[in-house]
Design a protein around this ligand. Structure first.
Ligand code: FAD
Length: 377
């Protein structure tokens, strides 16, 4: 084991995980470069929900107040029948302290801008339109060849390049591929109505679930998870019609939103649910994977990005305190079971939904998730 601490670090991927890791590492004084494949920042997706454990870490990154300013905070989740009659209110605990909400949601673009601004302000060197073509582990160094032909040498390289990670393929082999789970998620932004003051879920006539999540004072999104056997390809110009068809079983507020606001296929986002969970360790020599590259979950528990953010903070703490070898070992100890629990529990909920198992203890599992994630990271 080598006792040298890291100083120079390359992050591959400028998503939620990569940018959060850059902030955490710069706060600890590391030299940080970040490369992003996309030549410009295009942010895919509609909104993102951050639960108490994530709000707590956003506060540590110094971005929670900005997120609250650009998003929507709420302390409960409401369950309704298909007509919109409330059935239950699930309160939550303020894990991040009294000054922060139980949950906050915000447009993905807003979160990305906040993280990017913070990472830049703290001195992260960011290059767009660049990736790693090949890599090699030296004795105490990570060597990379960039796609523009340059070579690089770092104390550590972090693969934060998402579910289809190239760094994962280069390190551990391209046979490790995400699997489709049988479900997909539909989303569409629309003006917020007054009664949607928290995540509000409705159960349709046939047992399907859809809901609204507030994103700002003026904006919310309609979401639905559906069974999509065979992982179909959808014509992008028909996404509005296809989403409306899937919402046919709903009455009340969901039906009204469906009929009034789902009018433009370009505003509907469909995402097949895919997952991958790597066995330990998620590192090899001087390369390590974080976020979806190592443990991509389905969104049933709304914790995927949260786990990526937590990864970055834990990694930065460990690297500050220990040699690279020791830090990576401790990183695995602190992250593996927690991420595994999130991925497995999310998959369990998806399976229950596919089986239409209405007697399964959905709320019990969500409650357990809240308890597990409230633990310090
Ligand atoms: C429908 C849906 C809803 C969700 N809702 C929530 C939610 O409410 N709350 C929550 O916490 N999570 C949610 N998630 C999960 C969340 O989106 C992911 O877990 C999170 O984005 C993972 O962050 P990441 O940084 O690891 O990967 P990504 O966000 O995928 O970022 C990877 C980055 O790497 C870049 N990249 C890719 N390849 C390369 C390469 N070769 N070289 C350089 N750069 C590269 C990409 O362009 C991208 O910028 C949801 C997921 C889905 C599908």
């Amino acid at each position: 084991m080598n006792n040298k601490k890291a100083q120079s670090i390359l992050i591959v991927g400028g998503g939620i995980g990569g940018l959060s890791t850059a902030i955490a590492l710069r706060q600890q004084g590391f030299d940080v470069e970040l490369i992003e494949l996309n030549p410009e920042w295009t942010v895919y997706g509609v909104g993102i929900i951050q639960q108490g454990n994530v709000v707590r870490e956003m506060a540590r990154l110094g971005v929670a107040n900005d997120c609250m300013k650009h998003g929507f905070s709420f302390d409960k989740v409401r369950l309704c029948d298909g007509a919109g009659n409330p059935l239950a209110i699930i309160p939550g605990a303020r894990v991040a302290g009294p000054d922060y909400p139980v949950n906050m949601a915000l447009p993905r673009i807003a979160l990305h801008t906040i993280l990017l601004n913070k990472a830049t302000e703290l001195g992260t060197k960011i290059t767009l339109g660049l990736t790693v073509d090949s890599l090699e582990n030296g004795e105490n160094k990570a060597f990379v060849k960039f796609s523009d032909g340059r070579d690089g040498e770092y104390d550590l390289v972090i693969g934060a390049d998402g579910i289809f990670s190239k760094i994962r393929a280069l390190l551990f082999g391209s046979h490790l591929k995400p699997k489709f789970t049988g479900q997909g998620g539909w989303r569409c932004n629309m003006p917020r109505t007054q009664e949607v003051d928290c995540l509000t879920m409705y159960r349709g006539r046939n047992g399907g679930q859809a809901g609204f999540c507030p994103l700002t004072n003026d904006l919310m999104y309609l979401l639905q998870t559906t069974s999509e056997p065979g992982n179909p390809w959808f014509d992008q110009d028909k996404l509005d019609v296809l989403f409306k068809e899937r919402l046919a079983e709903f009455e009340g507020p969901v039906a009204r939103a469906r009929d009034e606001f789902i009018t433009n296929p370009k505003q509907v986002i469909y995402k097949p649910f895919e997952t991958i969970f790597l066995e330990a360790p998620w590192y090899q020599g001087r390369f390590v994977l974080i976020g979806d590259a190592a443990h991509a979950t389905t969104p049933h528990l709304g914790q995927g990005a949260g786990m990526a953010i937590e990864d970055g903070i834990v990694l930065a703490e460990e690297l500050k305190a220990k040699s690279v070898d020791q830090a990576l070992e401790s990183f695995m100890t602190r992250r593996f079971e927690r991420c595994k629990f999130i991925v497995n529990s999310s998959l369990q909920i998806g399976t229950w939904e596919l089986e239409r198992n209405h007697t399964a203890d959905f709320n019990g599992l969500v409650q357990k998730m809240v308890e597990v994630t409230a633990q310090p990271i």
